[in-house]
Design a protein around this ligand. Structure first.
Ligand code: FAD
Ligand code: FES
Length: 284
């Protein structure tokens, strides 16, 4: 197996930690900034890395930023269980291992682009937006969350919208505490029917959200790519079979996690079945 497939392992100090949601909200999110030029140089939006805390665990995390010039990379971690709780206890200057980058990222194409992100999927979505914005493309981000406090990176996207004329931010919340009241996919549907003709869409977030985006894109004949990161991964290098989807046997960690609309059509598990941490199939 080549180094490219195994990923680079770098142990480095955390340079900056920021709260990207209020720390006392239901699912707090923190961002971690590090300098790893070897990974920043080759990382693409949609790819992920394994975040390793010695003596605790290693977990897949989408890359939330990679700057080739400076070597800066960023991850954003939602506190949901034992490993992510341990990550949230880390302090600036603590050491952490990063292995990657892994998987296949988004293919950048189109001029008028709709991006739909939600949950922890906002991390790879943020990296994608940063790459698209500097290319001068016309981008709208539909960002969904249960409530205002869970819209991670909201202030960042609002500032970006003020600075960049080619970027529009459309937040939505299930409970109506901020932006559009309802799902991000409903906000997207409104935009498509009333004003916007996107020539490319990208999505990353809860799988049922991505499934709704894919159905809408298919109905409107708009090309779409989805990052299937809402699943358990273990080895990240195609060996353990934990991330396999039926019926074609694709391994999300190496064949994806990003797939286009034709590949998504082939995956009968998409939007229907996942696997628990023991690899058993279960309904979504
Ligand atoms: C490719 C990829 C990229 C990811 N990117 C990010 C990211 O940028 N930021 C981030 O915070 N998280 C991300 N995740 C999810 C992250 O890996 C899990 O949240 C983490 O493994 C949880 O570990 P834990 O020990 O804290 O909780 P666990 O005890 O493992 O899980 C707690 C709860 O979350 C559910 N869960 C755990 N992992 C997943 C998962 N992968 N998908 C859906 N439900 C899960 C479990 O069913 C359980 O209910 C990503 C996952 C993948 C596969
Ligand atoms: S996580 Fe092991 S094969 Fe994909």
């Amino acid at each position: 197996m080549t180094i490219k497939k195994l990923g680079l392992l770098k142990v480095t100090k955390i340079e900056k930690i920021s709260d990207e949601t209020p720390p006392d909200c239901r699912v707090p999110v923190k961002s971690y900034t590090l300098t790893i030029p070897e990974i920043a140089k080759i990382a693409e939006p949609g790819q992920f890395a394994m975040m390793w805390l010695l003596g605790v665990d290693e977990k897949p995390m989408g890359i939330a930023r990679a700057i080739q010039k400076t070597g800066e990379i960023m991850f954003a971690v939602a506190k949901i269980g034992p490993a992510t709780t341990a990550f949230h206890k880390l302090k600036k200057g603590d050491k952490i291992g990063i292995k990657g980058p892994y998987g296949k990222g988004f293919t950048i194409k189109g001029n008028k682009i709709g991006v739909i992100g939600g949950g922890t999927g906002i991390a790879p979505t943020k990296f994608l937006i940063e790459r698209l914005v500097v290319m001068g493309l016309n981008i709208t981000l539909f960002h969904g969350a249960r409530s205002k406090d869970e819209l991670a990176f909201r202030s960042y996207f609002e500032e970006l919208m003020k600075e960049q004329k080619n970027f529009q931010y459309k937040p939505s919340t299930d409970d109506g505490t901020y932006g559009f009241k309802g799902f991000a996919t409903e906000c997207l549907e409104d935009a498509i029917t009333s004003e916007a003709k996107y020539d490319q869409m990208y999505t990353c977030g809860p799988e049922l959200m991505m499934f709704a985006v894919w159905k809408l894109a298919t109905k409107q004949s708009i090309p779409v790519e989805a990052c299937l990161a809402d699943r358990y991964f273990k080895c990240a290098i195609g060996l353990c079979g934990q991330c396999t989807v039926d019926p074609v046997g694709l391994r999300l960690c190496i064949d994806g996690p990003v797939f286009d609309q034709d590949q998504l059509k082939e995956i009968s598990d998409f939007g229907k079945f996942g696997r628990d941490k023991f690899g058993r199939k279960e309904s979504l």
